[in-house]
Design a binder for this molecule. Structure first.
Ligand SMILES: NC(=O)c1ccc[n+]([C@@H]2O[C@H](COP(=O)([O-])OP(=O)(O)OC[C@H]3O[C@@H](n4cnc5c(N)ncnc54)[C@H](OP(=O)(O)O)[C@@H]3O)[C@@H](O)[C@H]2O)c1
Length: 287
């Protein structure tokens, strides 16, 4: 039995779809029965619970062999995921935990990116726990670009505070495909897999690709970081997250998100989706 946490989110949702269509036994952690309705149509058991309720986590991990561990980026991320780790240690100590982190989690030296600091705390906690572990470290999700659909539609502008740093965006379905492979095969204990798309593109090149796909001009606007932060906070993004996104933007700007790997090809036998494929598939969202 495979427990999928974050099962109603981007990666977890794609993972449940992939595992369930392959006939793997899946239990999905969902916050309520209503949230579980999102997973109707998939052959999955539901475990109702939250990271903040230790008893619900202990019940959710009972009898599982594998755990896919994910929580959203927030100051509570490490606490939340370590609560799941504690439940696995107590109730399913033979289980193998596959932790979704982010590219750069295993880079040498300190990191100023708070998302990575949180991920590193969880990876350290897993190492201390003695549980069998695999770490997945994806690059920036292509799906993040869907959040820019409004400004692309209305103004023909793609905005970011990243300069001309190239980014190897990856589709969450490809991240889920690697996760499904790791969760259903052997030989991954102790490994960290950096998962990226097939090419690194600057945001100017992303805008060029969008222009080609939409058959109208979309230009990239490199926003000054302070102004970008103000815009995010005004749009309702919590300050902690806005600062985290600026920290990531600095990594992108300096070329730190340009690494390309072939983990998707190795895990699935097919190449990772290109950004052009993704944008073409989601053309109507931007048009
Ligand atoms: N975005 C990127 O470009 C990127 C790149 C690399 C790595 N990552 C990493 O990916 C992760 C986020 O993945 P995602 O985009 O799939 O997340 P997401 O779409 O935001 O989904 C979060 C999931 O966690 C669940 N959840 C939230 N709070 C919970 C709680 N207290 N108890 C139980 N479940 C809870 C949500 O349930 P509800 O549906 O009920 O809210 C949802 O299923 C983060 O760790 C991030 O660092 C992101």
């Amino acid at each position: 039995m495979i427990l999928v946490t974050g099962a109603t989110g981007n990666v977890g949702g794609a993972l449940v779809a992939r595992l369930s269509s392959a006939g793997a036994p899946v239990r999905a952690l969902v916050r309520s029965r209503e949230r579980g309705d999102d997973l109707r149509g998939f052959d999955v058991d539901l475990a109702i619970g939250t990271y903040d309720d230790a008893a619900s986590l202990r019940a959710a991990v009972e009898g599982v062999d594998r755990v896919f561990l994910l929580s959203p980026g927030s100051p509570a991320m490490a606490e939340q995921e370590l609560a799941v780790v504690a439940a696995v240690q107590e109730r399913a100590p033979q289980a193998h935990v596959v932790k979704l982190a982010a590219a750069g989690v295993d880079a040498p030296g300190e990191t100023s990116v708070r998302f990575l600091q949180q991920h590193r705390r969880v990876v350290q906690g897993l190492s201390d726990s003695g549980l069998a572990t695999t770490v997945l470290a994806p690059g920036s999700f292509m799906q993040n670009l869907l959040g820019q659909a409004g400004s692309v539609q209305e103004q023909g502008v793609l905005r970011a505070a990243v300069g001309d740093g190239a980014v190897s965006h990856v589709d969450v379905r490809d991240v889920a495909a690697v996760a499904a492979h790791v969760l259903t095969s052997e030989g991954h204990e102790g490994a960290t897999y950096t998962i990226t798309g097939p090419e690194a593109l600057t945001y100017a090149q992303v805008a060029e690709t969008l222009s080609r796909v939409l058959d109208r001009e979309v230009r990239f606007e490199d926003v000054e970081p302070g102004q970008y932060r103000t815009g995010l906070v005004q749009a309702g993004v919590p300050e902690w997250t806005a600062d985290a996104l600026l920290e990531l933007g600095e990594v992108y700007r300096s070329g730190g998100a340009a690494r390309v790997t072939d983990e998707v090809q190795k895990a699935t036998g097919s190449p990772a989706r290109t950004l052009e494929q993704f944008l073409t598939e989601h053309r109507q969202v931007f048009a």
